[in-house]
Design a protein around this ligand. Structure first.
Ligand code: HEM
Length: 339
């Protein structure tokens, strides 16, 4: 069956796959010894959380003026930069950028935060695998160190594609989290269709700062952010890419890159991060206790596709679990917190 723009197709096994994915993610946290701090299962290592603003542009093209992008406005934000794993920064890993816009009016999908709009991105254009069953198979393989039979559930061509997509991560040599581009990889509702989104350092950011140290240490990404923000502001263009072809730009396969020739990214906002110090223990703890979740969103930007639907089951449950274990409050930030 061919799908229309923005249309989803829920797989028959999806509820079971989501439950198994959640159980697997939770297993790692349950195994944290009593008394030890329970970190996020994914993206546990933060380079830091910085405050800033997100300004919706006044010249957003009419076709993209939906939800957040319908009205020019400036919102306070918290942004958490992370590694996908608890790895030293000089080892290959996925790099994350989680943005939480605060004080955003309008109906939201989840009940735990009423005024936030979160955008989660990684420094990869696509996911290694793009459908829930394949994600679970890959995850089981990595966690259990048993390549067989888990990956036999992944078609051979998709396995090859996954290796190519993983190579993208392995070959990427990061310099400074404030100086490279991030992508949502998964789609979200925009009007009656869909979008992916991306944050790219503004043209004004000096590429000279993007030099990698000759001998990068285990925390060199945090150190690079500290150095840059001690001297000047940082800034990103926030862009959306509308889906224009439901076949070539699928909703249900997050391992397919949407062609930028067919549909270029269009700037809809600016993220400004003023020069600041962000490394106090109190600010790091605040950062640790944030819950950045793609389902913290205006209803107009509902996450789409199987990978995002699985994330609905996982993120909230995991956030609740780690906060309970840590005796930490789950609170909704205002964006005005300072440390
Ligand atoms: C089924 C697929 C996925 C699963 C099971 C999953 C799981 C998780 C979990 C459990 C967390 C920690 C949540 C918390 O404790 O608050 C997390 C965080 C994160 N995930 Fe995913 N994830 C998935 C897909 C993705 C995708 C497609 C992206 C691409 C943008 C992504 C990017 C991130 C980022 C950037 C964070 C860190 C957010 C922060 O800074 O707090 N994840 N993920």
């Amino acid at each position: 069956m061919s799908l229309g723009l923005g249309e989803e197709q829920i797989g028959p096994e999806e509820a079971t796959i989501a439950a198994r994915t959640l159980a697997l993610v939770k297993r790692g946290l349950i195994e944290t010894p009593p008394g030890q701090w329970v970190k996020r299962d994914a993206h546990p290592k933060a380079h830091g959380c910085v405050h800033g603003t997100f300004t919706v542009s006044s010249d957003v093209p009419a076709a993209l003026r939906h939800g957040l992008f319908a009205t020019p406005a400036t919102y306070p934000v918290w942004i958490r930069f992370s590694n996908g794993n608890n790895t030293p920064d000089n080892k290959g890993d996925i790099r994350g950028m989680g943005i939480k816009l605060c004080q955003v009016p309008g109906p939201k999908i989840l009940d735990d935060e009423k005024l936030t709009q979160d955008f989660l991105m990684i420094a990869n254009t696509v996911m290694p695998v793009g459908v829930p069953g394949e994600y679970l198979a890959l995850f089981e393989t990595l966690i259990n160190h048993t390549p067989w039979p888990a990956i036999k559930g992944i078609p051979f061509l998709h396995l090859l594609r996954a290796l190519g997509n993983i190579a993208e991560t392995a070959l990427f040599k990061p310099t400074n989290p404030l100086l490279f581009q991030y992508w949502s990889t998964t789609p979200f509702l925009l009007g009656s269709g869909a979008m992916k989104y991306s944050a790219r350092p503004c043209a004004s950011m000096n590429a000279e700062d993007a030099k990698r140290p000759e001998d990068p240490g285990p925390d060199f990404l945090r150190e690079a952010m500290v150095r840059l923000l001690a001297e000047r502001d940082a800034c990103f263009d926030f862009m959306v890419q509308p889906q224009t072809d439901a076949g070539a730009m699928p909703i249900e396969d997050a391992a397919v890159r949407w062609s930028e020739e067919a549909s270029p990214f269009v700037k809809v906002g600016t993220i400004r991060i003023p020069a600041q110090k962000f490394t106090s223990p109190a600010q790091d703890m605040f950062c640790e206790n944030l819950s950045i979740n793609p389902w913290h969103t205006l209803v107009e930007h509902r996450p789409l596709g199987g990978i995002n639907r699985v994330r609905r089951a996982v993120y909230e449950a995991i956030s609740e679990y780690r906060h309970t274990r840590n005796h930490a409050p789950r609170t909704e930030p205002t964006g005005d917190e300072r440390f």
